[in-house]
Write a protein of this length. Structure first.
Length: 142
């Protein structure tokens, strides 16, 4: 039942936010029960253009600090940027080793939404609502 509710919450949000050649969809974050808790944010980034782009930064009023992280071989690294090749889709998805780390400034309950702004080198800033879900793995669309 939780899986169905999480999927319905994601499907109820607008399908795509787009700026120029970059489109964002499947925007979700985990829940935070207290201030200072770290949660992951996830998004599918599609570059419909003929030039590569780079995700340079993520900001959110919901977070003290927002960083793009890569987890490999048991260690976590903060990425200065994330390459988005021309004509490609990059998934920052649960279990992929990539995530947007958010440090909550207030509780983020399941079913709520938070607004994240992703800044790209070429496409500029794209602001999108991310749905807060209890189970990010279950809520990630196929």
């Amino acid at each position: 039942m939780r899986r169905v509710a999480a999927l319905l919450a994601v499907l109820a949000s607008p399908a795509v936010a787009q700026s120029g050649t970059i489109a964002l969809d499947s925007t979700i974050t985990g829940t935070a029960s207290e201030v200072g808790e770290h949660v992951g944010g996830y998004v599918r980034i599609r570059n419909h253009g003929t030039m590569p782009d780079r995700l340079l930064a993520v900001t959110c009023p919901c977070s003290r600090a927002s960083e793009i992280h890569s987890t490999r071989d048991g260690g976590m690294t903060t990425l200065p940027a994330l390459e988005i090749p021309a004509g490609a889709t990059v998934e920052i998805r649960p279990g992929s080793g990539l995530h947007i780390m958010l440090e909550a400034v207030a509780p983020m309950p399941a079913g709520s939404e938070v607004e994240l702004t992703l800044r790209f080198e070429r496409a500029g800033e794209i602001t999108r609502r991310f749905t807060v879900v209890a189970d990010t793995q279950a809520a990630w669309p196929p």
